[in-house]
Design a protein around this ligand. Structure first.
Ligand code: SF4
Length: 369
């Protein structure tokens, strides 16, 4: 039985934790992460290498292999149409972590697809583009004819700005930008509700990068899919994302709209990231970056994991792990706890019990000379 689901929520991640078991100790790559993605939203995940952003995205798509283990949490997916089955709850949500292999195969690509980090490595070097696109189409639509698959492949290439005469090219015959566009075309093949993009433009020059991002925005507006966009480049997310989550040592330390994060970063780490790249406007100042290095995830510092690098750390930071709590954003009321879409920060500076004086007016002093 299929009924229409009337909710704007597409995906809910609840208290997700992921570990990697190794002989040298357990790596806590993702630690108690929760957030919600709305339909049509571009959700940016930013942080330094090793902060857990890719692990988190792959975990919610069930793409992790041992030794990675999801130790805790839930991934709830709300399809547009509710199909009642064993893994569908009363509220219409599909419990993604409980999908069996056949259900998972149908879920991936049809509901959620992925654009991997390096198009050159993700595309098969010995198959032409046509074969790679039509393989996806026919694997998920066994009744689709060869002619139908070919027409759809042409249509998909056109959507990403590639002429149909490149359909029979091999990956090595295409530029880096074209290969990444092909990956986006393959991700769009079955009109998914959500696309995970893992550093999709990292290896490209800034002109091609901008071109691809503008195309992505246009496609999102035309087809209304949601995107989880993973990158270490916060400046890029500030251009395209609706909501941005900053990760550090496996946890989300701040989450909010791009305007709120840009104008009023609350977490010292977010402020440090924002002061790690030059701005085009305003007074010039030297870039200081963030002192120190990210922690070894096998032995994360106690309390706030950022405390050894934080210019604002005080006694409580060394012993108490800060929770991600809502704070008032510009022109908005404090959102309800667990509401997911308001501005949230995990920092004791904003805890009136631990820091009765309240946070400093600006965090800039730590990063601007
Ligand atoms: Fe810095 Fe303390 Fe806030 Fe962590 S909790 S970011 S150490 S002030």
């Amino acid at each position: 039985m299929i009924t229409e689901v009337r909710t704007n929520t597409l995906l809910e991640i609840k208290h997700m934790s992921v570990d990697y078991d190794s002989t040298r100790g357990t790596v806590h790559a993702v630690n108690d992460v929760s957030f919600t993605i709305e339909r049509g939203q571009i959700f940016g995940l930013a942080g330094e290498s090793g902060s857990g952003k890719s692990t988190l995205a792959y975990a919610l798509a069930r793409l992790l292999q041992p030794p990675a283990v999801v130790t805790r949490g839930q991934v709830l997916y709300y399809p547009r149409e509710r199909e009642v089955g064993e893994t569908t709850r009363d509220d219409g949500a599909v419990d993604v972590l409980a999908l069996n292999p056949a259900q998972l195969r149908a879920f991936r690509w049809r509901e959620l697809s992925i654009v991997f980090q390096s198009a050159m490595n993700a595309l098969n070097p010995v198959l032409d583009i046509n074969t790679q696109i039509t393989d996806v189409l026919r694997a998920h639509n066994p009744l689709m004819t060869a002619t139908g698959a070919h027409s759809r492949a042409v249509e998909l290439l056109k959507l990403v700005g590639i002429a149909s005469d490149r359909l029979h090219s091999y990956p090595h015959e295409l530029s880096g930008g074209m290969r990444q566009r092909v990956m986006i075309a393959i991700a769009l093949a079955l009109n998914p509700e959500m696309i995970i993009m893992d550093e999709p433009t990292t290896a490209l020059d800034v002109v091609v990068q901008r071109d691809i991002l503008m195309q992505l925005m246009r496609l999102r507006n035309d087809f209304d899919f949601s995107v989880i966009f993973i990158t270490h480049d916060l400046s890029l997310l500030l251009e395209i994302a609706d909501t941005i989550a900053i990760m550090y040592a496996g946890r989300i330390v701040e989450m909010g709209t791009r305007n709120d994060l840009l104008r009023h970063p609350r977490h010292p780490y977010t402020s440090g990231l924002l002061h790690s790249f030059p701005t085009l406007h305003g007074p010039r100042h030297s870039l200081t970056g963030i002192a120190g290095s990210p922690p070894d995830l096998r032995s994360v510092p106690p309390g706030c994991a950022f405390h050894p690098r934080c210019a604002f750390a005080f006694a409580a930071c060394r012993t108490i792990v800060p929770s991600l709590l809502p704070v008032a954003s510009e022109g908005a009321e404090v959102p309800p706890a667990g509401g997911g879409q308001g501005t949230c920060v995990a920092c004791h500076l904003y805890d009136a019990k631990l820091n009765p004086e309240g946070p400093p007016e600006s965090l800039e002093s730590a990063y601007v000379n």
